[in-house]
Design a protein around this ligand. Structure first.
Ligand code: CA
Length: 220
């Protein structure tokens, strides 16, 4: 899952980025509203973490423009304790949730998962698909009730594919979702992770759609 973090505070930005990376997300960080719009126009993100008080263009303006352009990316706004009216305006402008600074990184993580879940139309916190179960909070994967050990990237890849079974994603799309700016992508990385996921789960779990990409079958 790839996140865009928009935060001008030079202390808070790297702290959030590092914390979420440890959680398995790939996180790009920008420090003003214009850079945020540029990043959103050029890259595909699964989630936007948006500070409201920003140089060059406010977070509210960024949010407003996004929704006006029918961009439905999940947005969690980060606000100061005293800015109650900003929070209300933010939610009304189309934010999915908010968090008041200072906050705990574990809470931020939990809220991101909750928003993603709602966005995917799921009420439960665990993703189940046939005999396969993936828990985004604990990073556990079970197949037929048995635990399967996956690396961080294997887990992230499986998570992305499990969000929409039956929908193929190309190698480039998968790379986009797994890697942030400046992260070196090993050549054939996606193929390597697909190969090891098939080895650990069974070949039937990930289908190759010739010329299109990879998918997890809708029914298995
Ligand atoms: Ca700020």
């Amino acid at each position: 899952m790839r996140l865009l973090l928009v935060e001008d505070d030079p202390m808070i930005g790297p702290t959030i980025q590092t914390g979420l990376k440890q959680d398995g997300y790939s996180v790009d960080w920008v420090q003003d509203g214009q850079a945020a719009e540029l990043a959103l126009a050029n890259d595909v993100y699964d989630f936007l973490l948006l500070d409201l008080g920003l140089p060059r263009k406010s977070g509210l303006e960024v949010l407003h423009n996004l929704r006006q352009n029918k961009n439905r990316i999940p947005v969690l706004i980060l606000t100061a304790r005293d800015a109650v009216s900003d929070r209300i305006t933010g939610l009304d402008a189309g934010a999915d949730d908010y968090l008041v600074k200072p906050f705990d990184l574990d809470e931020l993580s939990a809220r991101i998962r909750a928003v993603m879940r709602r966005n995917a139309g799921r009420a439960e916190s665990v993703i189940e698909h046939g005999p396969l179960m993936l828990n985004p909070a604990t990073h556990e994967v079970n197949l037929h009730g048995k635990s399967v050990l996956l690396s961080m990237r294997e887990f992230a890849l499986l998570h992305v594919l499990l969000e929409r079974p039956g929908t193929p994603l190309s190698r480039a799309q998968l790379e986009d979702r797994l890697y942030g700016w400046g992260e070196e992508i090993e050549s054939n990385a996606v193929e390597v992770y697909i190969h090891s996921l098939r080895r650990k789960l069974g070949n039937e779990w990930i289908k190759n759609v010739r010329g299109v990409g990879y998918l997890i079958p809708k029914t298995i």
